[in-house]
Design a protein around this ligand. Sequence first.
Ligand code: SF4
Ligand code: SF4
Length: 171
Amino acid sequence: MLGEILEKETCAGCRWCCSFRRMSLGETPRFAPDAVARIRGRFPDVAFVEGADGASKTRWLRYDLRGSYRTDDPAEEAPCPFLVSGKGCALGDADKPFECKLWPYRVMRKDGELVLAVAEECPGLRAQGYALDFARGPLRTKVEAALDAGPVVVQDWRAGYRVVCGLGVRS
Ligand code: SF4
Ligand code: SF4
């Protein structure tokens, strides 16, 4: 989804995504139950835990990284179980969570409305002014189509993001 603005080489040199500290386990991507049912056939050893989006009550699952840390160092990062060293994500387009396809942009709830936002920390996008023309044009169109098609993970607003554009009031 972001291939036209983020080169693979940029992300390979950054590697900030796809691994998580203990304090960031709430940032791991959420999978729809039907995607998990497909994924379990290929990755039977990956454990998932259930959760729900507070506002919509939509049911999601997250992979469980709690047993993946080898030290007590809070800075230790545990990789996503679908991250293949040197190759990237092992999941195909049908199974990769929408959150992952959209990152470092996010759909967030701010002051009762949905907004498209961008993570300020992403160096690849920061270097191009967060690609706002792309985000407010073709990306917004894709996000609105996804919102129309079914449940999309919505994050609560927090520091570290900046608003790209509004997406209106949706339940
Ligand atoms: S933070 Fe940005 S540049 Fe770095 S790996 Fe993630 S998407 Fe790529
Ligand atoms: S599912 Fe793929 S894109 Fe998402 S965090 Fe894991 S490796 Fe990264």
